[in-house]
Design a protein around this ligand. Structure first.
Ligand SMILES: Cc1ncc(C[n+]2csc(CCOP(=O)(O)OP(=O)(O)O)c2C)c(N)n1
Ligand code: SF4
Ligand SMILES: [Mg+2]
Length: 298
């Protein structure tokens, strides 16, 4: 897909999300900040219950320069439809309708509203910032929590080794709707993320971006390790950078060699309990997934 080049050098100096109360090193706040810098001031943003709305709307202080609203937890997709219809009815021109929801708000409680918005073919951009748990309420497991992660609802001890389920694949679930544009991203590969947000803004219909945004508080990493953790996740093959458009998947990055999975896992306290067998199981899952990707997408 073509789009005017926008990158870390020529992106605007204007800030649209500042003064918020996110923890130091919060990956989600970086995703919101960079998405809004890419899309600009005439972006109407909806955020459901979750960390980004909790830290962004502190009455009487609104931390968004844009027109921003908190949606119901389950309703991001449907509120985007309403915003798009409202803007059209007012005859507005040159604007974007953006939703930014967490992994719980997207893959669990908000999945049917998102599915409906895609089905209605509304011109809306939906970004899931994925920190792999319900962070705002104290780190509970979501449908996007990975295998082995310790959360308050998937404890780890002698007999239990954290979450027993694999992460849902929201990117491929969304692609199965035959959406005009979907992508995966990581805040560690910020130029790739920015370019994908720009492409999404050029689509005449719904678009979806799934961006990994580590949470130092929930992952148990130092606050200055957010980007490194996000990078390691891509480089060790537990996340991939891809797009879906015109009915096909496109892999954006195909590492010749993966970095060490255990190095990625062991830098986070949420995985501290994992045994060598657990890690072997995770590596096997990674290899099976990449074999399928390389067979079917390249
Ligand atoms: C209907 C409803 N159920 C539960 C809640 C409580 N709640 C608020 S934020 C949140 C966690 C959101 O998790 P996620 O979507 O992953 O976003 P994050 O907090 O991780 O940024 C929950 C459970 C709510 N506000 N509304
Ligand atoms: S708990 Fe995590 S996601 Fe929430 S504001 Fe803090 S770092 Fe960000
Ligand atoms: Mg979350």
């Amino acid at each position: 897909m073509m789009s005017d080049k926008i990158n870390a050098r020529n992106i605007t100096d204007n800030e649209f999300f500042y003064g918020h109360k996110a923890c130091a090193g919060c990956g989600g706040s970086l995703a919101v900040r960079m998405a809004l810098k890419t899309l600009g001031e005439r972006t109407f943003i909806a955020l459901p219950a979750g960390c980004m709305s909790a830290v962004g709307f502190n009455f009487p202080q609104l931390c968004f320069a844009n027109n921003a609203i908190i949606s119901t937890f389950a309703g991001t997709g449907s509120i985007l439809t309403g915003m798009a219809a409202g803007a059209k009815a007012l005859g507005l021109k040159d604007y974007h309708v953006l939703g930014m929801a967490g992994d719980g708000g997207t893959a669990d409680i908000g999945i049917q509203a998102l599915s409906g918005a895609i089905d209605r073919n509304d011109r809306v951009i939906y970004i899931c910032y994925d920190n792999e748990a319900y962070m705002n309420t104290g780190i509970q497991k979501s449908g996007l929590t990975p295998f082995g992660a310790r959360t308050t609802t998937t404890p780890a001890g002698k007999n239990e080794h954290g979450n027993l389920k694999n992460k849902k694949n929201m990117f491929e679930i969304v692609a199965a709707h035959d959406i005009p544009y979907a992508a995966t991203a990581s805040i560690a590969y910020i130029e790739d993320f920015i370019a994908k947000v720009k492409r999404a803004s050029e689509v005449d219909g719904p678009s979806y971006i799934h961006v990994i945004a580590p949470c130092p508080t929930g992952w148990g990493i130092p606050v200055d390790e957010t980007i490194n953790a996000a990078k390691k996740m891509v480089d060790c093959g537990l996340w991939y950078l891809a797009e879906y458009y015109a009915g096909e998947f496109h892999l954006n990055r195909d590492p010749k060699e993966f970095t060490d999975v255990s190095e990625y896992l062991r830098c986070q306290t949420r995985f501290a309990h994992l045994t060598d067998e657990d890690i072997e199981h995770i590596v096997e899952g990674r290899d099976a997934k990449w074999a399928k990707i390389r067979r079917e997408w390249i």
